[in-house]
Design a protein around this ligand. Sequence first.
Ligand SMILES: NC(=O)c1ccc[n+]([C@@H]2O[C@H](COP(=O)([O-])OP(=O)(O)OC[C@H]3O[C@@H](n4cnc5c(N)ncnc54)[C@H](O)[C@@H]3O)[C@@H](O)[C@H]2O)c1
Ligand SMILES: [Zn+2]
Length: 365
Amino acid sequence: MVSKRIEASVIDAGRHPVVLGADALRALDRDLKEAEASALFILGDENTLRHCLPELLAHSPRLREAETIGVPAGEASKSLAVCADIWQHLTARAADREALLINLGGGVVTDLGGFIAGTFKRGIRCIHVPTTLMGMVDAAIGGKTGIDLGGVKNMVGVFHDPLAVHVHVPFLKSLGKRELLNGVAEMIKHGLVRDAVHYEALREAPLHDLEALAPLVEHSASIKAGVVSEDPREAGPRKLLNFGHTIGHGMEAFSWEGGQRALLHGEAVAMGMICEAWLSWRQNLLDRDSNDRIAAHLLSLFKPFVLQGDEHHRIIELMRNDKKNAGGQFRFTLLTSIGSAQVDVPTTAAQAQEALDYYRLLVRG
Ligand SMILES: NC(=O)c1ccc[n+]([C@@H]2O[C@H](COP(=O)([O-])OP(=O)(O)OC[C@H]3O[C@@H](n4cnc5c(N)ncnc54)[C@H](O)[C@@H]3O)[C@@H](O)[C@H]2O)c1
Ligand SMILES: [Zn+2]
């Protein structure tokens, strides 16, 4: 029998490949043959097992023999208790070091499953199949894994590279609009720090049209892969990806303290990018027109988060708790133009406060 040629492209993310294209899941099936695993397990959450597993099995028949492990959807599954359950489950099934874990889900499942794979019996192989936009363009790529501890995100983790990441954009059809936009924020960031053409394409793209979005998703995944391949263990260049994240993390943590709604990571990063583009202008790195374009674009996509002004101290305090900002002064990744950025720009707390004030006045209109 002549089998149809597999249409998938492979890009290098340093220590692991990212497989893209219409046949990314058929390519997975082919790769499973080569992996010669002693046993196959699929980890997913209640949503990904319902919406994505049937399609995965349709494209990758070898996975029909896999055993499925389900966890509740949501960040709470990135816990030591869930890990212990899964480690015990794998032990009860006599999984050995040649077992292979397929992580089918968003960043929660790939962070958790990557951590399980990195630690069980000192490390077994895993493959990530991201199902959220955040997963496809960010979380699944780069080998960072981890779980939360004592309310602190990603407190315990290891670097553990998957054998590969297989990106199948049609999985996004069941994803809600808010979750989709959450990933769009990271795509916009990729354009802003690395690729002006990508940024302009994202401005024009009909975000609800998956066919139109697919090449942009793949391009964003390749930008993340490219940055990671220059810096697999986060020694420096990966800091480029921190644009929007210093103030963004402060905003995200602040939003969990109540008052208004809890922000999704990408929503907080969108706010952070508005503030940090302004800081880039304030530090004479970025021209004013570019700043204004970026702010107007992000505000058109993301619902404003109203600040009163007296919370700024708390947000700055939360930014200080972020492990990136150890040692007093803030070091921001700031834009030098649309499409390029500079890392480690020293910035004072007073300047960060001014940036928050800029955002506050902007959304007040
Ligand atoms: N390791 C890294 O480099 C890295 C980078 C960024 C984020 N992260 C981590 O990723 C996590 C966030 O990931 P996320 O935003 O993908 O969240 P998530 O994994 O919680 O997914 C969001 C929601 O969408 C549901 N879902 C997933 N795929 C779906 C689909 N195709 N259709 C319908 N529903 C679907 C999930 O069940 C969940 O309810 C955080 O824990 C964060 O720390 C890690
Ligand atoms: Zn992010």
